[in-house]
Design a protein. Sequence first.
Length: 283
Amino acid sequence: MPIAPLADRSVIHVGGPDARKFLHNLITCNVAGLESGGARFGALLMPQGKIIADFFLYAPKGEPDAFLLDVPAALKEELLKRLKMYLLRAKAEFTLNEDLAVAARFGDDAPAAPASAEAFADPRLPALGERLVLPRAEAEGLGGDASAYHAHRIALGVPQGGMDFAYGDAFPHEADMDQLGGVDFKKGCYVGQEVVSRMQHRGTARTRAVQALFEFAPEEGSEIRAGEKTVGRIGSSARGHGIALVRLDRAADASAAGLPLVAGGVEITLRRPDWATFAMGEV
């Protein structure tokens, strides 16, 4: 399995004496305890608790209290703008590094990472392998196929923003970030924390990203319906597997009533990913 360059990702360098404290108090994951060579999965939220952008946070070796953000390329400018808006008097700097790129190394037969790359274990699931940060020119020469990585991700049931849920319209629980290590419920306050904590303690996340199984792939974005009722929507798919954002209560009601779930004319089956612990009802 070749290493797959991820052209839809960008890298932001965060430095300065207040960088660690600033990020820790702003985003969903724990930055205070992140050690050199480590990685976190997290997000910047709206005050109302919805996801502005999710990302990976890396602590590169040899740069104490400096960090790299592996972010969706489509959101890099918006994310930089938001980070700077919250900066106030904190001594931290943000730089978009166009000379760096991101790649995914995964699978049992994956080749060794290039010597120029710094590798970070994917903090969501061990089965997702490693994220590599390396010079863009070298990433472009790897020759891997990002579609193979996404097929691997989809088979594991791991959602991705912009494909499986909409930025600005989903809470962390709906994107399964609470299940994938993207939210630290023991840390102090951060933007949107009250809403996320309330959903956690009350168990009020009725919508979740789950796996969808089918013989033929429905078109991405197709509504999932049970009779006349909309249950959810299909996101990314590959090789008979997909990710679906669904109302669990409606899916369970459909199952209890014996109604098939159909998306784009294709009958589908929903299941909870193996790594997840949330209740699926009787789907």
